[in-house]
Write a protein that binds this ligand. Structure first.
Ligand code: HEC
Length: 148
């Protein structure tokens, strides 16, 4: 799989970010395989409107209250946010470019992981990992899942 699944891309990126990306991907991420197309601003706006139609809003309140263990709730959140667009977890999807989260617990401690999920760019300013604006409750559940 060369490119990421785009179903939930408008959940993880802002429209401004997507406008810049579609204008010139390698200006945002040097070395990316995504080509630069001769799109007008109107073309790019239309593409982003289409991507918004694909996205399924994450019903975080229901997921958090829906029962099950913290790790089970975390697994549902990871699916809803489509972390698999970049990361493999337990053999599912992911892309070779990005860390496999199955083994993240061997590399990082849970507190590091919580700060990372709260604001990746705070720890690594140039990171390509999006800020999902997760609530503390969502972060706790996702970390329980990844450290289960
Ligand atoms: C657009 C791609 C992308 C998506 C989607 C994404 N990440 Fe990431 N993530 C990255 C990148 C890139 C890194 C590596 C950090 C770096 O080098 O900049 C990373 C690193 C991580 C790490 C640290 C891994 C390690 O071994 O150091 C964790 C944990 C993580 N991501 C969790 C998540 C979770 C949970 C989600 C879904 C809510 C998610 N990511 C969605 C791109 C992504």
């Amino acid at each position: 799989m060369v490119g990421p699944n785009l179903n939930q891309v408008t959940i993880r990126r802002t429209d401004d970010w997507l406008m810049n990306w579609l204008e010139d991907p390698s200006a945002v991420k040097p070395g990316t395989l995504m080509p630069k197309f001769a799109w007008t601003e109107g073309d790019r706006e239309a593409l982003i409107a289409f991507l918004h139609q694909l996205a399924k809003p994450v019903d975080k309140d229901n997921l958090l209250k829906g029962g099950g263990s913290q790790a089970e709730i975390g697994e549902k959140l990871v699916k809803a946010y489509q972390c698999f667009a970049c990361h493999a977890i337990a053999g599912e999807a992911g892309r070779a470019l990005y860390p496999d989260l199955t083994t993240v617990k061997q590399r990082r401690d849970p507190d590091w992981e919580k700060s990372w999920l709260a604001d990746p760019a705070k720890l690594k300013p140039q990171t390509f990992m999006p800020n999902f604006h997760l609530s503390p409750a969502e972060i706790d559940a996702i970390v329980s899942y990844l450290y289960r």
